[in-house]
Ligand binder design. Structure first.
Ligand code: ATP
Length: 334
């Protein structure tokens, strides 16, 4: 029995997590779910957006499923998401983006973005002076090596063919230059069987819209990975389609790539696909591969048979879409 820490969070987080947990329960009896508070809902209930008990449960469980939080605008308060990524040393953010539905005018996409998850601009180190603000952007050799190694390892294990290093080293010559030079070194020594490619981040964004087939696996720095994965999600149908995994040597937390979408929270209109697919990624990570494949096939078959969610012009909200996925899993006709 594997123990899963569930963090529904804010906005549409609880709705999409409820769907993913229902799908996971339909595919296996080998998971035990334990719930904890995070975000604004935790602040209201226990006075902190990231209570100590939540961090403790994240450490105790075999893996975790997280919905979303509504970011606090007050300065000086660390984001609970950045906190758990840091405290659990979740150094890799894995974001696979693939079409589950064919939409007119959009090219097909099957890209995995491997995003450095611990440094860059996300250390939230910002200093005021009398003229403005300076934000520290940190790129270290150790973090760059470990994320490039993760991308190589992932690509080899998952039969991917090429890795493209996305950067802006024509402007950020020292920091992005370091990242690119480490990519070249490690691809030449440990990733020789893979094709090594390089692309500036601005043109990479355009290609993810116009010709995403040019990419297989992308390895990139924190902010670029965050932005590019939303661009790629747009090509695949929208934010409701992009799952994400925060992975470290010991711990892991899986979540949709989207946020808490307060504009549609409580309406039952959120597309739960990204969170259901995040649940499948969690099963892959826990080596429950057959169950993960069944979930992905059930999602694909639900879309293929015309059951579309409202974000792409269909009529299904979170509940009814989830019921269709579960129906397919139970009948075994995924
Ligand atoms: P946050 O501040 O938590 O990041 P946000 O609204 O700024 O929230 P997202 O939650 O990522 O950012 O979403 C941007 C928009 O995309 C939302 O306003 C919503 O309309 C749409 N959206 C995001 N996720 C979904 C989803 N699962 N299903 C349908 N629409 C979604």
């Amino acid at each position: 029995m594997k123990h899963i820490c569930v963090l529904p969070g804010d906005g549409i987080g609880p709705e999409v997590v409820e769907s993913a947990v229902a799908v996971l329960k339909a595919v296996t009896d080998d998971l035990q779910f334990e719930y904890a508070e995070i975000g604004q809902s935790a602040l209201k209930k226990v006075g902190s957006t990231m209570p100590d008990e939540t961090l403790e449960l994240l450490r105790k469980c075999d893996s975790s499923l997280f919905g979303a939080i509504t970011s606090s605008e007050s300065l000086g308060e660390a984001s609970p998401v950045l906190r758990f990524r840091k405290e659990l040393d979740l150094f890799a953010n894995l974001r696979p983006v693939k079409n589950y539905v064919n939409l007119a005018g959009r090219p097909s996409i099957d890209v995995v973005i491997v995003r450095e998850n611990t440094e860059g601009l996300y250390t939230q180190n910002e200093q005021y002076d009398d003229k403005g603000v300076t934000t520290l952007r940190r790129v270290t050799r150790a973090a760059s090596e470990r994320i490039v190694r993760f991308a190589i390892d992932y690509s080899l294990k998952n039969a991917r063919k090429s890795i493209c290093c996305v950067h802006k080293s024509n402007v950020l010559r020292a920091s992005d230059g370091l990242f690119v030079s480490i990519f070249r070194e490690l691809m030449a020594s440990e990733g020789r069987v893979l094709e090594a490619r390089e692309q500036l981040v601005d043109s990479a964004a355009m290609k993810l819209v116009n010709s995403p087939h040019e990419f297989d696996v992308i390895v990139t720095l924190n902010l670029y990975g965050d932005i590019l994965s939303d661009v790629a999600a747009g090509t695949a149908g929208g934010l409701g389609f992009a799952p994400s995994g925060n992975i470290g040597r010991v711990y892991s937390v899986f979540e949709p790539a989207h946020g808490s979408a307060p504009d549609i929270a409580g309406e039952g209109a959120a597309n739960p696909t990204a969170t259901i697919l995040a649940g499948a990624m969690m099963l892959d990570h826990l080596k429950m591969r057959n169950e993960a494949v069944s979930i992905r096939q059930a999602v694909k078959s639900t879309y293929d048979s015309g059951h579309l969610t409202t974000d792409i012009g269909g009529r299904h909200g979170s509940r009814s879409f989830t019921d269709h996925v579960i129906g397919r899993l139970k009948r075994g006709d995924s």
